[in-house]
Structures are given as structure tokens and as C-alpha cells.
Ligand binder design. Structure first.
Ligand code: ADP
Ligand code: MG
Length: 250
């Protein structure tokens, strides 16, 4: 089994006016090829900090990050530019990297077509629903043809029903495009529904308490909606709920 990402002994401290905060304390995990790894942790535990270190937006105080290949980062907010069309929003990363070429445009057109956004390519973000905007954000991330996707609470701005549908869509896109992924979330059900493995972060200073393999019995192709009906779903939920210990006294 090859590892596409390895995070080794990651520590991160921030220095603020109130003093030093230790956010990450010896975080270790690997992402294996072909897997979706969930990182589940309470709000403020350091999940975004961890992803920022992984994508080299932040340097760790100490520790080592190893990545095989190119990472595409999808943020919590879609960050679509309201004054650019859908197509021009999607090509922005390529423009910055000066990589707009015929092949890249063909790839984007293909993604727009199969993921139901072709008719909207010349529209503006405000004309799209929240779920469609998230799909545009994912296609923008896929446009640079990353090997691995890093998704920071990508559904948290959506209402519950939309979130179920969009997480199903996004899951299918990740699988169809054969991407490995790290999905950060504070939503236990979403993590079980979408991930092959779940790493649970403790409260600050965060470390990984446990990594669970999620094995679900499904009678058709696994998707998040199908996973939610698996007999093991509730057992994983109970274990993770205990592990997260949301009511733990400070
Ligand atoms: P999460 O994504 O799990 O909600 P974050 O990684 O955003 O958590 O933040 C973890 C902690 O680190 C929070 O207490 C936050 O206030 C603090 N933090 C994040 N970025 C900075 C920064 N640049 N300077 C100081 N503190 C920060
Ligand atoms: Mg965050």
C-alpha cells in the first residue's frame, strides 16, 4: 500500500497577545492511495490549521509533511467571485498558474457537462443554488488535475437536505475521478457516510486519539446515502460520539 500523504509528529503553536497557544501536539497520520480519510474533531480543535500545514499555507512548529503529487484544496466557503462567470471562476487557478490551455479547457468542459453545470457556464454565481456552487468549487479544484483532494468542512454552509444530496454528488465525483481525499468535518454521520477511515482529533491541544477503519455492509455500490442505511452505521456513530466526548468538562 502506498501512502500519498504522511504527516509525522506535527506540532503547531500560535503566538498571540494573550500568549502562546499549543494547537497541534504530535499529530500523525497517513493517507493511503485510493482512500478517503476523514478527520473528525470538535470546533476549534485545529482541523483547518492541520490542513493549512498539509497544503503548505502554514509551516508547522515542528514535524514533517510528505506528499506524493499535487494537492487540491477545497475550502469551507466556496469563495466564488461574484463578478466572474462560472467558467471564469473555474479557470482562475489555471490562470494564476498560467496553465490555461486547450487540454485543460476540454477537461473543464467535460466536468461541467457530466456534473450538470454545462448550461450554467456563462451564468454568475448568484444565479446558482448553494449545492451547485459547491459543485462549481469542486470542479475549480479539479481543474488543476490534483492527485489528492483536501476538503475543509465543504458542506457546512448548506442546509441539511442539500448537504445530504451534495455530499452524495461530491463523493461520486471523487470516486469517479479516482482521487484520494482528506475530508475534515465535525459531523460524525457525514464522516461515517463518506470515509474509509476516520481519524479522531482530541480537543486542543489536538492529537489523534484513534483511527477507525469504516467497513459497511451495503448491497449496492457504496455512496453516502447508501452507507447511512448500513447495519454498522449506528455502532460507528456510538463509538465516535463517545470518542469525541463533546460534553467532556474542560
Ligand atoms: P478548527 O478548524 O478545528 O475549527 P482551527 O484550526 O481553525 O480549528 O483553529 C484552532 C485553534 O487555533 C483555535 O483556537 C484558533 O483560535 C487558533 N488559531 C487558528 N489560527 C490562528 C492564528 N493565525 N493565530 C492565532 N491563533 C490561531
Ligand atoms: Mg476549521
Amino acid at each position: 500500500m502506498t501512502n500519498i500523504i504522511e504527516m509525522k509528529n506535527i506540532y503547531k503553536n500560535f503566538y498571540t497577545d494573550e500568549g502562546e497557544i499549543v494547537v497541534l501536539q504530535d499529530v500523525n497520520f497517513v493517507l493511503e492511495r485510493g482512500k478517503i480519510l476523514g478527520i473528525l474533531g470538535p470546533s476549534g480543535s485545529g482541523k483547518s490549521t492541520l490542513l493549512n500545514i498539509l497544503t503548505h499555507l502554514l509551516t508547522p512548529t515542528s514535524g514533517e509533511v510528505q506528499i506524493e503529487g499535487k494537492v487540491g484544496y477545497m475550502f469551507q466557503k466556496d469563495h466564488l467571485l461574484e463578478w466572474r462567470t462560472i467558467m471564469d471562476n473555474i479557470t482562475i487557478g489555471l490562470e494564476i498558474q498560467k496553465k490555461v490551455n486547450e487540454e485543460a479547457i476540454k477537461r473543464i468542459e467535460y466536468l461541467l457537462e457530466i456534473y450538470g453545470l454545462w448550461e450554467f457556464r456563462n451564468r454568475y454565481p448568484k444565479e446558482l443554488s448553494g449545492g451547485m456552487r459547491q459543485r462549481v468549487a469542486l470542479i475549480r479544484t479539479l481543474a488543476t488535475d490534483p492527485d489528492v483532494l483536501v476538503l475543509d468542512e465543504p458542506f457546512s454552509a448548506l442546509d441539511y437536505q442539500t448537504r445530504l444530496m451534495v455530499s452524495d454528488d461530491i463523493y461520486k465525483i471523487i470516486r469517479k475521478e479516482h482521487k484520494d481525499a482528506i475530508l475534515v468535518t465535525h459531523d460524525i454521520s457525514e464522516a461515517i457516510a463518506m470515509c474509509d477511515q476516520i481519524a479522531v482529533l482530541s480537543k486542543r491541544p489536538a492529537t489523534i486519539k484513534h483511527i477507525y477503519d469504516i467497513e459497511l455492509t451495503v448491497d449496492k455500490e457504496r455512496t453516502p446515502l447508501v452507507s447511512r442505511k448500513a447495519p454498522e452505521f449506528k455502532d460507528y456513530f456510538d463509538v465516535l460520539w463517545k470518542e469525541l466526548d463533546v460534553y467532556e468538562s474542560k
